[in-house]
Design a protein around this ligand. Sequence first.
Ligand code: NCD
Length: 321
Amino acid sequence: MKKSLISTASLDLETVKHLMALATERLDEGYATSLRGHTCATLFFEPSTRTRLSFELAAQHMEMNVLNFNVKTSSLTKGESFEDTLDTLMAMEVEAVILRHKEDGLHERLLGYVGDELSIINAGSGVTDHPTQALLDALTLYHLVDDDMDRLCNLTIGIVGDLRHSRVASAHIALAKIMGWNLVLIAPDELQTFHDPTEHSNINTSDSLKETLPQLDVVMALRLQKERLGEGESCEKAQALVESLQITEALMNSYAQPECKVMHPGPINWGVELGHCLSGRHNPRTLMQQQVRNGVAIRMAALEWCLNNPEVVEEDVNPAL
Ligand code: NCD
């Protein structure tokens, strides 16, 4: 019986804490754990550097067999269905499929098809979700407050940029509801989230970065998701809006608290959503390197939780899974 990780909203606080603890253990113990003999496959229908490589590395750290499914040369191009593809993988005793796809709802449909016989892990779905990204960000914040859960749940986090087309923003809205921390969604109307977060008192929106920055413990920038702009949405206009919200070192020094950190899920368009002055892997203002490092650990935890963790009771997690 396998668990899947399809949506951030399906997690609860206990599970998030469990995954963060497991990931922290992996980091502290030099990744010592084993899922030897288990097999996973990565199926990425959209470009990826961090997510794909960190899932593959996470699986390799645990001595798993990792199949890198090449979408372009697969039989999907000959008209084979997703369902037949998953049947084929299951016949080869693949136990987990790590899937990124632009279509919202595909992961849920495939979960309905495989049930608990195959674990499906969402590595990014359309504009709606990216649970392991939200979890690795939570882990980064947890370490920022010295592993203090109370401080973590009291943080104020701003997300700025193209929220409308970002699955990272969607995942963070779901995560803020679980964690209870304060989330401020900063964007002009054109790029503001399509979710309605107003029923949650800990989630607010703003169109002013300068007014919001002084309250924030962390500000997360998002790139313009050009590939998801709809008809009638001008790329030039959206780009200019994101540039007008650019986080620079000078802006941080003028408006943010001295300890306020900058995060970004990557990939970054320097000079657009983040100023060049914030680049450099040792920049003390930024947490991007920690995010990537934590991504490996959180994906180890996610794989372990899905394949090998009898102690989490199914109905405590999500009755739908
Ligand atoms: C994000 C993604 O692909 O959804 N990046 C990531 O997974 N690290 C965000 C993005 O593409 O901008």
